[in-house]
Ligand binder design. Structure first.
Ligand code: 89Y
Length: 365
């Protein structure tokens, strides 16, 4: 757990206040990294009022220039120091590969610029801790762009869980098992020594926290099935939540199934009076002794999203909106760096368990 001191908390609030009181002007930001995700992150920002994308950075300048032409962005840089020294920014949105997140976060934080960083926050737990601390020390707001919890069926599921119909929840199964060729759009994923838990595990374990709260103990088993990639592509995590819920999260990118579900997460939640099953095509099935009620929670279909990733791309808007509200001082964001650090802890606790075969107690990890 990382705690801010009272002084740090106060200064952080002051900083948020100063951002929010800037004459109601749009918040100026730069996108750092114009790879695959920028194709969706940028148009998702453009769905929102109150922000102005003023600059792009990419190490290969021509890629940033292409985006600048498409989205009419005034400035392009291939030197991050120069960008940060030249532009007047309220925040940066870091959409680069994970290995560069810490360096870019530190550079922006030292200039007093708020930071949004893609998941996973960092490749190692110690680096993630350092990022949270660097932002706190420099009194800049820090958020992680963790969007799976913003998917419409996941939000609907939590609403149904909270309305009490199925009573006290005692167990859950969260499933993300697919054979979708993610390496075609994101080739660097094949090069990661730690793959599925950092990539999809960051999302799935965050959903577990979002739905069931914090974890008391966990154990994990991983496997490497696809010989063409460096890391593990199967992970099964068994958790006991602080609430007592028994939660099983299964993830795989080696699954050849009759129905290819990518990028859907399926969830079965069981309570004392019934169950809720989030299943294919955004369908939620609530079963009690009276029978089964069926509903759907479809994602909003924006013109710019890739239909194969619709559920994920659509949730980017809601995630950005939540963070923007916080930057404008209207509300607290869900996916702050401090909050997301708890998800990063779970990812690395799962690796520790897979390595050692031990049950990990999250209170002492
Ligand atoms: O990188 C991943 C993500 O964040 O969502 C799906 C994905 O693109 C592949 O697992």
């Amino acid at each position: 757990m990382i705690y801010l001191t009272k002084v740090e908390e106060t200064v952080l609030k002051d900083r948020l206040y100063s951002i929010r009181t800037k004459n109601h002007m749009a918040l100026r930001f730069a996108v750092i990294g114009t790879g695959f995700w920028a194709n969706y992150q940028i148009p998702a920002w453009m769905e929102l009022e109150g922000v102005e994308l003023v600059a792009l950075y990419n190490r290969t300048r021509s890629k940033a220039e292409t985006f600048a032409r498409t989205y009419d962005i005034p400035s392009v840089y291939d030197d991050i120091e120069q960008l940060l020294a030249t532009e007047k920014l309220d925040f940066v949105d870091i959409i680069t590969d994970v290995d560069t997140h810490a360096a870019f976060t530190e550079m922006a934080a030292k200039k007093g610029i708020a930071v949004i960083c893609q998941k996973p926050m960092a490749p190692k737990l110690a680096i993630a801790k350092q990022m949270v601390e660097t932002c706190a020390t420099n009194h800049v707001p820090f958020f992680v762009h963790e969007n799976f919890r913003w998917q419409s069926p996941i939000r609907k599921l939590r609403e149904l869980m909270n309305n009490g119909q199925i009573g006290k929840i005692f167990k859950a199964r969260i499933t993300f098992c697919s054979g979708f060729p993610v390496f075609e759009n994101q080739p660097f994923l094949a090069e990661l020594n730690e793959f599925i838990l950092t990539d999809i595990g960051s999302h799935v374990l965050d959903i577990c926290r979002f739905l069931f709260g914090e974890v008391e103990t966990l154990m994990c088993h991983t496997q490497s099935v696809n010989p063409g990639i460096k890391g593990e592509d199967v992970a099964n995590v068994m958790m006991k939540m602080n609430s007592g819920v028994s939660c099983y999260a299964e993830m795989s990118y080696a699954s050849i199934l009759e129905y290819e579900p990518f990028p859907q997460t399926f969830v079965l939640v069981e309570g004392e009076y019934g169950s809720i099953h989030l299943t294919k095509d955004y369908e939620l099935r609530v079963t009690t002794k009276k029978g089964t009620e069926v509903m759907r929670a479809e994602p909003k279909m924006y013109s710019w999203l890739d239909p194969e990733y619709a559920l994920v791309h659509s949730s980017i808007v809601d995630c950005n909106h939540d963070i923007l509200n916080a930057l404008q001082g209207k509300a607290n964001a869900e996916t702050t760096g401090i909050d997301n650090f708890e998800t990063v802890r779970l990812v690395h606790a799962a690796y520790a368990s897979a390595r050692t075969g031990q049950i990990i107690d999250m209170n002492s990890f």
